[in-house]
Design a protein around this ligand. Sequence first.
Ligand SMILES: C[S@@+](CC[C@H](N)C(=O)[O-])C[C@H]1O[C@@H](n2cnc3c(N)ncnc32)[C@H](O)[C@@H]1O
Length: 196
Amino acid sequence: MFHNIPPGMARRMRDLEEIDARDRDDGTPRLERLRQVPPETGRFIALLAAAAPPGMVIEVGTSAGYSAMWLALACRETGRSLATFEVLPAKAAIARETFRLAGVDDIITLVEGDAREHLAALDGIGYCFLDAEKEVYAACYELVVPRLVPGGLLIADNAINHYETLKPMIDRALADERVDAMVVPIGKGELICRKH
Ligand SMILES: C[S@@+](CC[C@H](N)C(=O)[O-])C[C@H]1O[C@@H](n2cnc3c(N)ncnc32)[C@H](O)[C@@H]1O
């Protein structure tokens, strides 16, 4: 997956990494910033996605499509496709351009809208990466976990840098007998849940 990233994707990844770094420094308003995962998290979520059991691969919170490119590498490797949800039309437009430039629009479906309105209709989720506004994490958790296949994975970003805000959901996951869960100190902290 990581040894032969197509040149168009590698270029788009570098460009988005530069824009994201600049955004964080130059006072770009929060809603306009890309707020994407760092590269090490991208690699981590891709490795987990490639190891996930058969089932849908989904992402909640697309932004410009940076993490989706990492997940697309895993989908390509395992012959699957990715559905990614983005509520802001401006971000969805950038993501669409990302997927075109990266050459992955054949394996990624971008769904525009609030993911909470779509998750209930899904079934048989093998893998979910959750990286949206922190206020929607708990609702997404409750929608995704019952729909995971046995062995299915739910990964939630920001489990360390937004620990206080996410604590109720993290505590819920750690005590939830439907899953085994832990937080790993990669990037901004990843909550990993595996369904029994
Ligand atoms: C932290 S950014 C995602 C970064 C992206 N995962 C990456 O690493 O490249 C969060 C994104 O989630 C989107 N979002 C927030 N709430 C959402 C919801 N309920 N449904 C879908 N997208 C949502 C925001 O508009 C924003 O673009």
